[in-house]
Design a protein around this ligand. Structure first.
Ligand code: AMP
Length: 422
């Protein structure tokens, strides 16, 4: 009769087990890099998102007016909310401030595999430093986070918007032209880009060199193309320092310089990056990030900021595609009373086990031994305790190993220490 709203999903206990595994795994990596967790509200004042992206973003948002007449929006991402919180409450904190988050995001997208209207992001923001070592660490963190989840095949691509802007300047492209060209660059639609550049009266020779520079990872080639622009030359040298640190200090060699990574010019600047999982096909982008400016727009004192967001759902899809073995939902012990008079003792045992930090459950349907064992198996119980009157007279129970099927009589007094060891 009722179905989940379009673009949203329910998560069953088995699916939640995977999500909790991933969350814990990522939180461990974030904290190992010195980050602290932050949480912000699911909805914000609409203006928080239009301030940076303009009114056109409203088409992609879930917006509503509350009973007090306030214009609100479900957050489409967490960078703007985290920076709002920083400006409101955290400006006096010692720098750099390293914040990570997990949060549901909402976008009025066209749903498909890996693209939902409600999805989760895991991400972080570094506030108060823009040094090469901080940027190198940010790249290393994004890469390490995804590697630590168990993913095997990921690609880190690094671009630079300062350099792209310098190239636009060199090609004498106007702001309006750039708005048309950037999405084509972002999607690597180079044939369409060529046509669009011709429409902007760029010479054939320049078009060919530009397309080559967009697709090369050779810094020398990029340097010769931007040689007249001092800002871009300095930026390229900075990028080289960052990449040297990434390689020699963080020991990450698997990356590619790709100037076609542009991520939209509206608030990113300088270095930007993306991480893909090729196994995902069309929606393969797992992570996007870079340095950006938002603090002054939100009324705070300007300090350097950078960060990234990882598509949590896509990371799970990529792990599944790679046949990653997620830790299964399991139960340590299932207790079966052989008849109703054994119920109280069975429950007492379960409660005692739970008190000792052992996960335990018991038969609540008064079924026969065969069916109870089947249920225990379905719940991935490692052990079963059978409580029978004869054994109980001798203060013992039967302990069954569900993997091997072997059974032994164990003294009740020893059961907790025995299970704890396991
Ligand atoms: P963005 O905030 O657009 O840079 O997105 C960061 C990451 O979030 C992307 O690389 C995706 O992995 C993920 N993502 C973005 N939009 C969606 C969506 N509609 N459904 C699922 N994941 C998404």
């Amino acid at each position: 009769m009722f179905q989940v709203p379009r673009g949203t999903r329910d998560f069953t206990p088995d699916e939640m087990q995977k999500r909790r595994y991933l969350e814990q795994n990522m939180a461990t990596t974030f904290t190992s890099f010195g980050y602290g967790e932050i949480q912000t509200p699911t909805f914000e004042n609409l203006e928080l998102f239009t301030a940076k992206s303009g009114e056109s973003i409203i088409n992609e948002l879930y917006t509503f007016t509350d009973k007090g007449g306030r214009a609100l929006a479900l957050r489409p991402e967490l960078t703007a909310p985290v920076i709002r919180c920083y400006v409101e409450r955290l400006q006096m904190e010692p720098k750099p401030l390293k914040l990570f988050y997990f949060g549901n995001c909402y976008r009025y997208d066209r749903p498909q595999k890996g693209r939902y209207r409600e999805f989760q992001q895991a991400g972080c923001e570094v506030i108060g430093t823009g040094t090469c070592e901080a940027t190198a660490e940010l790249l290393a963190l994004a890469y390490t986070l995804l590697k630590n989840t168990g993913l095997k095949n990921i690609r880190l691509n690094i671009g630079n918007l300062t350099i792209i802007s310098a190239i636009f300047k060199k090609l004498r492209l106007l702001k309006d032209d750039q708005k048309i060209l950037l999405p084509l660059i972002d999607k690597s639609q180079f044939d369409d880009l060529k046509i669009a550049l011709r429409d902007c009266n760029v010479s054939e020779e320049m078009i060919d060199t530009f397309l080559e520079v967009l697709q090369t990872s050779d810094i020398t080639k990029i340097r010769s193309f931007i040689s007249e622009d001092t800002d871009a030359k300095t930026e390229l040298t900075t990028m080289e320092t960052i990449l040297n640190l990434l390689k020699n200090a963080f020991h990450i060699n698997e990356y590619e310089i790709k100037l076609s990574i542009v991520r939209g010019l509206d608030y990113y600047k300088g270095l930007v990056f993306e991480i893909d999982a090729p196994v995902l096909g069309a929606e393969k982008q797992l992570c996007g990030g870079g340095s950006y400016d938002l603090i002054p727009l939100f009324g705070g004192t300007e300090v350097p900021t950078s960060g990234f967001a990882i598509g949590f759902d896509r990371t799970i899809l990529a792990l599944e595609e790679e046949m990653f073995l997620f830790p299964a939902l399991k139960l340590d012990v299932f207790v079966i009373p052989v008849n109703e008079t054994m119920n109280t003792t069975a429950i007492q045992i379960v409660q005692e086990l739970r008190g000792h930090g052992i996960s335990a459950d018991f038969d609540q349907l008064r079924r026969g031994m065969g069916k109870s064992l089947k249920y225990a198996d379905a719940k991935h119980a490692e052990k079963v305790i059978i409580v029978g009157p004869k054994e109980l007279e001798n203060k013992t129970v039967t302990l069954r190993d569900m993997k091997t099927g072997t059974q032994e009589i164990v003294a009740l007094a020893d059961i907790y220490t025995k299970l704890k060891k396991i």
